[in-house]
Design a protein around this ligand. Structure first.
Ligand SMILES: Cc1cc2nc3c(=O)[nH]c(=O)nc-3n(C[C@H](O)[C@H](O)[C@H](O)COP(=O)(O)OP(=O)(O)OC[C@H]3O[C@@H](n4cnc5c(N)ncnc54)[C@H](O)[C@@H]3O)c2cc1C
Length: 482
């Protein structure tokens, strides 16, 4: 079969490798001059930053792509497990750490929050059981409302509990946890799907299992080594990658797909789009306008070269805002930038020292904002930047402003321009209700034969691990169909 994959993001490259290893003739068409999409790299003034993702989980799902292609993943990329995963900073300047050992984490949390470690372990054990069932039921393959699915769902409902389905994560956590710091920790995991803890159902607490139990990893040389390793695998598998080819239109004539790009045109028996689902539909000529309220959040990222090292900062750091509820009400209901944001700081030079100059650090500083192209202006970004600098200066007891020696900024607009993220949304449609979670776009088009979707905006969800899983699901579907 002749297959054209649109986009060389992590989902696109991994689907291309898998399909090529099955003997198909695969071409990848990518608008940029390098792979990775959201997971690309930013380099300036002696600093290197991973542009988007920084938290790497489930390396076994990445390894699986190489194993599927009969290659040894260790010949392509290497990684280490993090001993200390994330440091969480609170208003009163206290912090606790999440470790690779859940018992150690429970103790670290108890020491700072007075939340009994036994209660924490019981809670996480509950979500682990729910997560296990979800992985078996919802993540692999497509959601089909047949008898096995209904049976599995019933088992899942009984384990998760009906209360967790019809209550928001934040309300549930207030009732069950009733400890401000620990509630914040759990509520934070809603944002890993670009959703709000005040809207998303409480069973999404299961996402906490990924970071708290399964652990986090760091690919040597940073996240960008992931798309680079997939690009190398693709070349080894004989995939033809065409960079600098922006897809302008997707159409079908008889049984053949036609892809018109800025440079050329391609025909194919099968098309797999790794371009954001909404943009793919627009390229097919559909009038498509999803409001911000339906989309996952976007982000503003400040890439800062900082002329000092901070021993209190680790690889992953979260600084909670004064008022988490107000922050989400501003982002989701008022559709404005939050005035006092929660700030995530990633410092990869803590591990890869060559990512910063001597005695300096590369700060990737991110805040959640609505997915909208209308909010970004010099004034709004400066206001947000001031709020971030203020918060970090207070929490770190240091005037940060003077330490920023160089800067680049990612906005919803640049994310949209650079990667095709619809209105800058990171994960496509949000997961702020059970309906939206169950109705995430399938990997196979409902109507058009030979059209498939892969990546973080379709089933099973956003983030590197799920984009990788979607490549597996998509290929299984293609094998079934052809
Ligand atoms: C700021 C930020 C932080 C994140 N943090 C994390 C994290 O910590 N952990 C995590 O697991 N995930 C994180 N993510 C999400 C993660 O980056 C993605 O879910 C993941 O990279 C999967 O991407 P994808 O396969 O959907 O492809 P994408 O990265 O969306 O790639 C799509 C590709 O299609 C190309 N394209 C678009 N339009 C066209 C066109 N018209 N013609 C040709 N090519 C086109 C793009 O250039 C791009 O290369 C983050 C993302 C961002 C932006």
């Amino acid at each position: 079969m002749k297959i054209v994959v649109l986009g060389a993001g992590i989902g696109g490259l991994s689907v291309a490798c898998r399909l090529s290893s099955l003997g198909h003739n695969v071409v990848v068409v990518e608008k940029n001059n390098s792979p990775g999409g959201k997971a690309s790299v930013v380099k300036f003034n002696g600093y290197t930053f991973d542009a988007g993702p920084s938290l790497f989980t489930y390396p076994e799902w990445l390894d699986d792509v190489f194993v599927f292609c009969n290659k040894n993943p260790r010949d392509y990329y290497t990684y280490k497990k993090l001993n200390l995963v994330t440091r969480y900073f609170f208003n009163d300047k206290s912090y606790f750490d999440v470790f690779d050992d859940v018992n150690k984490t429970a103790k670290s949390i108890e020491a700072v929050s007075n939340f009994p470690s036994s209660k924490f372990l019981k809670l996480i054990n509950h979500w682990q059981l729910v997560y296990q069932l979800s992985e078996e039921t919802f993540l692999s393959g497509k959601i089909k409302f047949n008898l096995p699915f209904i049976k599995a769902s019933m088992k899942w409902f009984l384990k998760s509990g009906f209360y967790s389905i019809f209550t928001s994560m934040a309300i549930y956590n207030k009732k069950v946890i009733n400890n401000n710091k620990v509630e914040l920790l759990f509520n934070r995991f809603a944002t890993y799907t670009g959703s709000s803890p005040y809207k998303t159902p409480a069973f999404m607490n299961q996402l906490s299992v990924v970071e708290l139990c399964k652990g986090a990893y760091y690919p040597d040389n940073g996240i960008y080594s992931i798309p680079k390793s997939l690009e190398k695998l693709a070349v080894d598998m004989g995939v033809d990658i065409r960079y600098n080819n922006q897809v302008r239109a997707i159409s079908k004539e008889n049984d053949s797909w036609l892809i018109k790009t800025s440079k050329s045109h391609f025909s194919a028996d099968i098309v797999v789009s790794n371009i954001d689902y909404c943009f793919t539909r627009k390229l097919m000529g559909e009038q498509f306008n999803l409001p911000t309220s339906k989309l996952s959040t976007s982000g503003i990222v400040f890439y800062w070269g900082v002329s000092k090292t901070f021993k209190d900062l680790k690889l992953h750091n979260v600084f909670f805002s004064d008022d988490y509820q107000k922050e989400f009400s501003q982002i989701i209901d008022d559709v404005i930038f939050p005035d006092k944001p929660t700030v995530y700081v990633n410092v990869s030079s803590k591990i890869d020292s060559h990512h910063a100059k001597n005695n300096c650090e590369n700060w990737f500083v991110m805040v959640n904002v609505p997915s909208s192209l209308e909010l970004t202006s010099k004034k709004s970004v400066t206001k947000l930047r001031d709020a971030v600098i203020n918060l970090l200066s207070v929490k770190l007891n240091e005037s940060i402003k003077e330490l920023i020696e160089c800067e680049r900024i990612l906005t919803p607009n640049t994310l949209s321009d650079d990667t095709g993220a619809y209105k800058g949304s990171i994960y496509g449609v949000n997961q702020n209700s059970l309906f939206k979670i169950m109705n995430r776009k399938d990997n196979k088009d409902k109507f058009d034969k030979g059209l498939y979707y892969v990546g973080g905006t379709v089933h099973p969800g956003g983030g590197i691990p799920l984009a990788l899983l979607s490549s597996k699901n998509t290929v299984n579907q293609i094998i079934k169909d052809y």
